[in-house]
Ligand binder design. Structure first.
Ligand code: KMH
Ligand code: ZN
Length: 274
C-alpha cells in the first residue's frame, strides 16, 4: 500500500476529434496550459498524445521533441509519451517515439479489440519497445487492456528482464469495448496477477471512470484520469477541462488518506532517471 497517490493526467488521446470536443488540448500551447493547470491541482505525470496543425493525431518526431521540451520547461511533471499512438500508426513510427527521450513511455502488453478497430501489439513489437526503452533509460508504463496481457507481462519480464531502473509500473486501462470491463471484480482479478513489488494505476474509460477510480483507491492503487479516457464528468454533463477531472481525483485521494504525490516523489517511486 502506497502512502500517497500518483495521479496521471491523459489530456488528449488519439480518438476524440477536436471538432466534437472543442476543449480538447491539441496545440503545444494548449497542452502546456493544461499540464500547468493539472499540476496545480494534483497531477504528477502526464501521458501525452500529440496532434498536428490539423488537430489530428501525429507521431511527428520533431513535434514530439518540442512537446517534451515545452512540458519540461513549464512544469515538473513526469513526461510520459504514448507509444500506442492511434490504431492506424505503423510500428516504426511508434518505436521512433522513444527518440524524443521522454521520462517514461507506454508499452501495451498485447493486441486488443478497440471498439470497432484493433489495437495491434505483436509480441516481437512489445519486446522491441521494452528493450529500446531500457537501452535509453526510459521508464515503461505497462498498459494492460485485458487480463491475459498480465500473463504476457510476466513472460516479458521472465524472458527479457526488468525495465530501466528495475521497478515495474502497470496501468490498468479498463472499460474499452473489447477489453476488460471497468468494475471492482475485474480490478481485483487483475491485482492477483500483477508482478510482486509492482505498483499499479487504473483508469476507466467513459462511464467506468468513477467506479474504477474508487476501486483503485480502495485497493491501494494510483489513478489516471483525463479527456483521453472520458469526456463526460457526470451523467449528462460534459467535462469542462482536464483539471476538473484531476481535481476530483485529488479530492478523492485526500478523502482516502492517500493525498496526491508530488512529481519528485513519483520520480523516486518509478525510478525515473533524474
Ligand atoms: N490510442 C490507443 C489506440 C497508449 O497510449 O499507449 C492506444 C493508447 C495506448 O492510447
Ligand atoms: Zn494513450
Amino acid at each position: 500500500m502506497s502512502t500517497g497517490t500518483l495521479i496521471t493526467v491523459a489530456p488528449t488521446g488519439a480518438e476524440h476529434a477536436k471538432s466534437d470536443v472543442p476543449n480538447l488540448p491539441v496545440t503545444i500551447e494548449e497542452l502546456v496550459r493544461t499540464a500547468k493547470d493539472c499540476e496545480r491541482v494534483g497531477a504528477a505525470m502526464i501521458h501525452v498524445h500529440i496532434r498536428g496543425a490539423d488537430a489530428r493525431p501525429t507521431l511527428d518526431l520533431q513535434r514530439l521533441k518540442d512537446t517534451v521540451a515545452a512540458l519540461r520547461e513549464e512544469t515538473s511533471l513526469v513526461v510520459q509519451l504514448s507509444t500506442g499512438g492511434a490504431v492506424t500508426d505503423p510500428e516504426e513510427h511508434r518505436l521512433r517515439v522513444l527518440d524524443a527521450m521522454p521520462d517514461s513511455a507506454s508499452c501495451t502488453m498485447g493486441t486488443v479489440n478497440f471498439g470497432d478497430d484493433v489495437f495491434m501489439n505483436r509480441w516481437e513489437f512489445v519486446v522491441e519497445l521494452h528493450k529500446r526503452m531500457r537501452d535509453r533509460g526510459i521508464v515503461p508504463e505497462y498498459e494492460i487492456f485485458d487480463l491475459g496481457q498480465l500473463a504476457s507481462l510476466h513472460r516479458l519480464l521472465d524472458q527479457h528482464g526488468l525495465p530501466s531502473g528495475g521497478h515495474v509500473h502497470v496501468d490498468l486501462v479498463m472499460g474499452v469495448p473489447g477489453g476488460m470491463p471497468g468494475d471492482t471484480e475485474t480490478l481485483v482479478a487483475a491485482l492477483r496477477m500483477i508482478p510482486d513489488g509492482a505498483t499499479f494505476s487504473a483508469t476507466g474509460i467513459g462511464r467506468t471512470s468513477l467506479p474504477v477510480m474508487l476501486a483503485s483507491l480502495s485497493a491501494g492503487g494510483h489513478l489516471r484520469v483525463g479527456m483521453e479516457d472520458t469526456v463526460s464528468y457526470a451523467r449528462g454533463e460534459r467535462v469542462r477541462d482536464n483539471a476538473q477531472l484531476v481535481a476530483r481525483a485529488a479530492g478523492l485521494a485526500k478523502i482516502a488518506q492517500r493525498p496526491p504525490m508530488p512529481a519528485d516523489e513519483v520520480r523516486t517511486l518509478l525510478k525515473v532517471a533524474q
